[in-house]
Design a protein around this ligand. Structure first.
Ligand code: MG
Length: 377
């Protein structure tokens, strides 16, 4: 079997309501999708996390090295792509391009072999996982002291057992909103906070100490991702678990994070960090250091499905009978691309997702939607 075609698409959708977080505002969604077709006529889909036009260029560049290779040999192809990019890009967007191709190849392999990806990864270790709602971004239209707790309450009423809110507006402001959200949802729903590296160490410590009383399940990207030692120091100064890793690439990046004892929870993004092939290696490495993994997930149903199959296969450590259920990040902000591009039997029932047993990544991709949002450039 051979790879016969690699096509890229940039999908764009203007948002009805823009929103922002500590770093920038979103007024549109942009995503690069890749379609890989084998000479047997099978198709696999992938996506990259990061700037879509650069990822598209990266996929087109990598295509020359992998065309005609056997698409079932995901690890062989990963090695070819890595060797051809190692000298120029040991992290960053070119790795996201590799990730998109790798995810598409796993999807393709599953569809060729008529097996779900979680089985090809080594087996489904759980039938269902808990989606946590990612939302509570900021905007200038609403009174955030009202809208953030209202949004949180809405998720709780829909059955979400966990949710994550943005922080990073300033320590005092954050404390007020975290308190309001916790009051709105009660004690039983898990609540995480994410500053997207808005703070220096002093501010991060101040915020962490002030919100400890609100039972925060993790503080995500408290400081800039380069400052491994600051992560480690913050970990020593707060009882809140520290999470990070969505800006980290390959197992080598995660090794730096783990060696510095920087995080309790590592968050590789499968569509950026090196695809499913590399995410599995990162999970093995994390198990050596005793670090939990909850992937970062953003984008369309392709990224969500890749994360779901990965988490279905993930070893939760330490092993025990009464282990808590595995979490998956589920972005709830406005995104028509996520809503319309794919459909799957991984539905939200009683606060849980049931893992799909359909071949590949288990979704149907609607090519007419691809056309509808494709940008002609
Ligand atoms: Mg984050």
């Amino acid at each position: 079997m051979k790879i016969a075609a690699i096509q890229t698409y940039i999908l764009t959708d203007k948002l009805e309501d823009s929103f922002y977080f500590s770093q920038w505002a979103y007024s549109e969604r942009n995503i690069c999708i890749v379609k890989i077709t084998s000479d047997s006529g099978h198709v696999g889909w992938g996506e990259g996390y990061g700037p879509a036009t650069i990822i598209k260029a990266g996929i087109e560049h990598l295509s020359q090295y992998i065309m005609d290779l056997n698409p079932l040999e995901t690890e062989t192809i990963w090695g070819v792509m890595y060797r051809r990019t190692l000298d120029f890009s040991r992290s960053g967007v070119l790795v996201s391009a590799m990730s998109a191709i790798d995810v598409a190849l796993w999807d393709l392999k599953g569809r060729v072999l008529d097996q779900p990806v979680h089985q090809l990864l080594g087996g489904k270790k759980r039938d269902s996982i808990i989606p946590y709602a990612t939302g509570m971004y900021f905007n200038d239209r609403d009174d955030l002291s009202q809208s953030l707790p209202n949004e949180a309450k809405r998720y709780a009423e829909l059955g979400y057992k966990a949710m994550k809110m943005k922080v990073g507006l300033g320590v005092e402001q954050d404390i007020e909103y975290v308190k309001a959200v916790r009051q709105a949802i009660g004690r039983d729903v898990q609540l995480m906070i994410d500053s997207n590296h808005a703070y220096n160490l002093r501010e991060a410590i101040a915020l962490a100490k002030a919100v400890e009383e609100y039972n925060i399940s993790w503080f995500e990207e408290p400081v800039s991702p380069e400052y491994y030692n600051q992560y480690a120091e913050l970990r020593q100064k707060t009882s809140i678990p520290i999470a990070g890793g969505e800006c980290e690439y390959l197992r080598f990046g995660f090794q730096r994070l783990f060696q510095a004892r920087a995080v309790d929870i590592a968050q590789p993004d499968i569509c950026a960090t090196g695809g499913l092939t590399e995410a599995k290696r990162i999970a093995t490495l994390a198990s050596v250091y005793g670090v939990e993994i909850v992937p970062h997930t953003w984008g369309t149903g392709i990224a969500l499905a890749a994360a779901a199959h990965f988490i279905a296969n993930l070893d939760l450590l330490p092993g025990r009978m009464m282990a808590p259920m595995a979490l998956i990040e589920y972005d709830r902000t406005e995104n028509k691309l996520r809503e319309e591009l794919t459909s799957s039997d991984m539905t939200f029932v009683n606060g849980e997702f049931t893992i799909s047993d359909k071949p590949g990544l288990g979704f149907d991709l609607h090519e007419e939607v691809l056309e509808k949002y494709s940008q002609v450039i």
